[in-house]
Structure formats: C-alpha cells, structure tokens
Design a protein around this ligand. Sequence first.
Ligand code: AMP
Ligand code: ZN
Length: 415
Amino acid sequence: MDNKTGRAAREGSTATIKLVPAVAIPGYLTGEIQSKLAYVDESISRAEVSTGEIILHVSLLEPVTAGQPAVLTSERQLELEEKVQRVVVSMAKGAFAPKVQVLEDHLDRPVYYQLDPMQELFARGEISQEATGIYTLGPLLARLIAYFESQFLSLAESFGAAPYRFPTLIPARYLERVSYFHAFPHSLSFVTHLREDLDVIDQFAQQAACDDHGLDTPANSFASVQALLSPAVCYHLYFALADKPLPGGQFVATAVGNCFRYEAINLTSLERLWNFTMREIIFVGPKDFVLENRETARQHMTAVFEKLGLAYRVESANDPFFVGEFRKQAAFQSAFQLKYEIRASLPFKESTLAVGSYNYHQDFFGRNLAISLPDGSPAHTGCVAFGLERIAFAFLAQFGFDPANWPSDFRESVR
Ligand code: AMP
Ligand code: ZN
C-alpha cells in the first residue's frame, strides 16, 4: 500500500508504516519524540524515530469480517500519519539544541556485568510482574533499596531535614493549581470509586468481571474524579505550606513515596514503571538557600557514588512535558539550568538511565501556592529526587549478581 507520504505493509495482525517527518528531527529530539508517539494512538504498538524516518508498528484491531484479512485502510493510515506529523511539527519545528551542561562525568568507571539484569531477576524469582509497569520486588532488591535509602537518609540528615509522610492520592484541585494537567496530561493516573448508589453498587457486586481490556463496568457507575495517584513527592509539601508565611523563612524536608506516571508502551522493565518509589529531599526558602543546598546535595552524592564506584554522569535535562508544552518549557528549563539528572550507565544497552535529579523550580510553587517569605516575596523551591527501583536496577546492571564484585561497604549491608 503506497501513498505520497508513507508506505504500509501487512505483517500478520500488525502493519508497519514508514513516513518521512514533515520537519527534520534533530538528533537530540529523536528519543523525546519517540516516547511521545506512545500516546498518539492506541493502535501504535511500537515506534522508531530517526532524523529522516519514522517507523510505526500498528496493531490491526479493526473488526474483521470472518475470513477477511485485517487491513489498514488508507483513511486510517492517513489519520495516523496526520497525528504523528502533528507531534513532529509541534516538537521539532523551530526547536534549537539545548546546551547540555555536564557537571560530572564518571562514565569511565569499571563495570562488572554486561547483561540485562531483568533475565537474572526473573530467573531468581526476585521480581514478578503484576501487570505492565507494575512489579513486586524480592529480598535482594528490597535490601539494595534499603542500602540506597540509608545513603539518602544520611544526605537528608546532613541538612537536618524534617521527615514527612505523604498520601499516595493527590486531589485533582491541587494538581490543577500548579498547572500539572497542562504540562503532563499524558502520564496522569486517575482514581475513582463507585457512585454512592445502592443499585450501582449491587449491580457491580453481581456483575463485575474483567475482560482483556480490564473491568467491564459501565463508565457511569463511577463517580467523577476527585483524586489522582500522585506523580511526585515534593508537591505534597508545597501544598502543606500553601497560603501562609513559611515558618522560619526556610525549610528542608524529606519523604519517600509511591509515585505514578503512566508511560504507555514505554513501560518496559524496571527502567520505566507505572508505579515507582521516589525519595526526595526538599528545600523551601530564598533563592540562594535553595540553590546552595541543591549544590551541596550534589557534592555529597558525588562522594557517595565515588565510594560505591558507580559509573554515571550528571547533566542538564528537561522534564517530559507533553507535546504542546514541550518546546517552550524544555527551552526554559535548559536556559535557567533548572534540572540536572544523575544518569547511570547501563552497560548492556550502552546507554544511561536517570536514577535521580537535582531540581530548582524558581518561585513557581511559591507564587502559585502563595508560600511567602518573611519579606513577603514568594518562596523558592527545589528538590533532589531519587528513583529507588531505578538505582537498584542500575547498580545490578553495572555490578551484577556476584557479591564478590560488589563494593565491600555495600556487600556488608546487603547480605
Ligand atoms: P523526575 O522528577 O522526573 O526527575 O524523577 C525523579 C526520578 O524518579 C528519576 O530520576 C527516576 O529515577 C525516577 N523515575 C521517574 N519516572 C520513573 C518511572 N516511570 N519509572 C521508574 N522511575 C522513574
Ligand atoms: Zn520534587
């Protein structure tokens, strides 16, 4: 099947579409655009993006008459291509390369393992997958995470951080107030419950069943969404401090919590989870207080990672804003050096994975949530955030499963 923008070929119950991007995709945007194609259409099961070509793997889910092969109609193909080009144009047109700033580079440290740890983790019964992006972790991973937690807690301790516990749910109103719906609509996870109606509840109790798509319950059985699963930890602190003067004028807190980001077909292995855990150390106060503490935290972690022998680098980054917001917001973050990521080496794929980030939000939360400093100006905020599953995964990807290769300090505490 040929047309002027793309070609589609049947492959069992999937088709591939190859198309030429409407705007040339610069190398630094290929990964970012590829991850956004996951949200373009439910029928896209895989996307490969390079500068001059996009390859889409499309499931042919259309109802088929018995005996007739599933086909990708030209209307449907055009529709998919148009949606993909919309993403490309929105993200790539007029984009300029961010100046990547590398604060530390220790990627040349020796590593002891070359395989994907997932196979060994499954073979040992260390992980089991409940569903896409949802895993249970066994004793090795739990101990590894406890070890890293002890390091993060001593970082928190070095600032005298106040410990907090935050809920897993976050009110929709809260996320609205900090424009989260606008910036990250694609990765939200909504929470609801059955409407308080005896008939609805009785009917559910009698009839609820799961099919291949999930619960088959009619949508009107559910109440409207008042809460979502929380996408980050530090937001809860900012809301707790909202609409009043900041006591003492400056503040450091720490908390660990479940976080949720729905990442569609990008949810693969422990690298990218729907449900993951984050430890944050959070700074609230004047600009210099936040920036200096963020830098002190980075230096503290440099020593921790050096002792461990982790291969990683720290470089400037941006948050995964959705299509319409991406270009502007990513450029803003880059220009003001708002985000740095700790990217650990994954030898098995010759690539790196963000295991943590050093963030500065300027006075965004202070302004939007009316957190005021003693002089009446809005507070500045920043946070240091570590992904616990990811740091354990990156450690195993570099050091493997043989304790003989593990750093001694670490071997002592993990066994
Ligand atoms: P961020 O606030 O996006 O910088 O996230 C902080 C850290 O959380 C990242 O550096 C990752 O280690 C971790 N993280 C973010 N998203 C995911 C995810 N989908 N799965 C697992 N870990 C994640
Ligand atoms: Zn944070």
